[in-house]
Design a binder for this molecule. Structure first.
Ligand SMILES: [Zn+2]
Ligand SMILES: [Zn+2]
Length: 381
């Protein structure tokens, strides 16, 4: 796919609101809609382009990926994003419903008010994955309940084989012609609602509805580096449509569980390392765990202060779209021992005398004021 500027295609500024986007899309899509440009390849290509641009920009998740990383951001490296995006699945009925009705478009059975066929509902399901799974990418099976076509009548709502007859109004065509002035229009048959058949005896399993509730399971591919809270769409995995309508979509919101060792800060991983007082004072080599298997060795220089952060490059989370991997940030904490042997206590006292002694040598150079004495005692109490 060539690099496209979706904002330019829709003719909107980069900070366009949802309303502006929708309005720009409507105007363009109406102009280039295939129903108005029969056989015009150029219009067809343009229509596809508009759809694609709108499909990305109308989805806040995709729009932000696109804003940050361009089209590459939407593809990922084999990530689920392109797979679930489904540009071709744009539900024009949602956007055109009102307009198409007014213009008298033929309608594909989707335009609202023309047919009993109806798009199935969208569903939402949450999944929780571990930080390791977010790091490596994962396949997660999502179990949920949805409306599916009735297994007995396969969605017709009629008793199989004998429960329906050909519609007498449209003679099975599903559409009727009518004339208005010089023009002739085709319209969905009002009696069979475009089905071409009418039900004479309803299905006993679904009582004529055509659908039933069933347990479903969908496998989704989670791309490495996914962010907490990302909303993924599985096209047509939602509730089944009624009377030939499209299925709704399944939205899966991916949350990342709290990790016992690492805290994620965008693409970086924060790790707290505990140093003993001697390690901080004298310096040390410490082993630091990584999100992948194995440790890395980190050199702590002598005199390292509490709160100091060391950066180990390239040991963070993978960034989406093949951007550079994040780093690991190692934040130093210093452990103050609470249980000391008498020997250790002696050593600390000795150390204390030695350090305080040096301080006194410095301090003795100027006379101690009464104020300093009082402050000292307050701090100590
Ligand atoms: Zn009919
Ligand atoms: Zn049925």
């Amino acid at each position: 796919m060539a690099s496209n500027d979706y904002y330019r295609i829709l003719g909107v500024p980069r900070n366009a609101s949802d309303t502006e986007l929708k309005s720009a899309f409507r105007n363009l899509a109406l102009r280039y809609h295939p129903d108005r440009n029969h056989g015009n390849k150029e219009a067809e290509a343009k229509f596809k382009e508009i759809n694609e641009a709108y499909n990305v920009l109308a989805d806040s998740e995709k729009r932000s990926m696109y804003d940050q990383y361009g089209e590459e951001g939407l593809k990922g490296s084999g990530s689920g994003f392109s797979g679930f995006g489904g540009f071709q699945n744009m539900d024009l009925g949602d956007i055109f419903g009102d307009i198409l009705g007014g213009f008298g478009f033929g309608g594909s059975g989707r335009a609202s008010g023309r047919s009993r066929s109806r798009k199935g509902g969208d569903l939402k399901h949450d999944v929780k994955i571990s930080l390791e799974e977010a790091f490596n990418g994962a396949r997660v099976s999502v179990n949920f309940e949805r409306t599916e076509l009735c297994s007995l009548c396969r969605g017709t709502g009629a008793k199989p084989k004998t429960g329906f007859k050909k519609c007498s109004t449209c003679h099975g065509a599903g559409r009727v012609q009518y004339a208005q002035g010089f023009f002739s229009f085709a319209q969905t048959c009002p009696d069979c609602h475009g089905q071409g058949e009418v039900i004479t005896s309803p299905c006993r399993q679904c009582h004529g509805v055509g659908t039933e509730r069933r347990k479903a399971s969908v496998n989704i591919k989670i791309p490495p580096g996914i962010n907490d809270g990302t909303l993924m769409r599985v096209s047509r995995a939602g509730d089944a449509g009624v009377k030939g309508g499209d299925s709704g979509d399944l939205y899966v919101q991916v949350y990342i569980k709290h990790h016992s060792r690492f805290e994620r800060v965008e693409d970086d991983l924060l790790y707290y390392v505990n140093l003993s007082i001697p390690q901080a004072v004298l310096g040390a080599n410490v082993e630091v765990p990584t999100i992948e298997s194995g440790n890395v060795s980190l050199n702590i220089p002598a005199g390292t202060q509490y709160g100091k952060v060391f950066r180990i490059s390239n040991k963070g989370m993978p960034a989406m779209n093949g951007k550079k991997r994040g780093d690991m940030l190692v934040n130093v904490k210093i452990e103050i021992p609470t249980q000391l042997s008498s020997k250790q206590k002696e050593l600390f006292k000795e150390l204390s005398n030695s350090i305080d002694g040096e301080e006194k040598i410095v301090k003795k150079k100027k006379p101690e004021s009464i104020f300093e004495k009082i402050r000292g005692s307050l701090i100590l109490s």
